[in-house]
Design a protein. Sequence first.
Length: 162
Amino acid sequence: AARASFPEGHLDRYPHELSGGLAQRAATALALIGDAPLLLADEPTTGLDRDLVERTVDELRRHTDEGRALLIITHDLAAAERIADRVAVMYAGRIVEIAGAEAFFGAPGPRHPYAKGLLDALPEREFTPIPGMPPELGALPDGCAFADRCAYADARCTGERP
Ligand code: SF4
């Protein structure tokens, strides 16, 4: 309970009696029981405050230090920076960039304009949003799916997929 930051007084509660954050912590703790060599964590920090985010990713990280592999899917870039060795950025259902976490979050930084835009949008960085909206996944263009939002787009980008 302590490692999952789960209050002892709530251990005998039913799932429907838990808040979203507590249910999230219980689910993460359950996933870490056993000795599965690969852990898949889909948005494991959703609904948690910053302190609990850090404790959760540190607990996940501890398991990788013990030899397990971890694939974490997240929109939380701070959590990704805290835990990841490698980062893959997806846009419109495709991986557009894979980089070592140190190079991605530090220097030289991301190379793909969308990935760069994600970091630039963070309040502690440029705080500049990416213009426009993502495309409909059912109606993706023939060329680059990011072309409508990209400051570097030229005719070739709309004609072929990079
Ligand atoms: S629009 Fe062109 S420059 Fe921009 S991300 Fe797509 S392929 Fe790259």
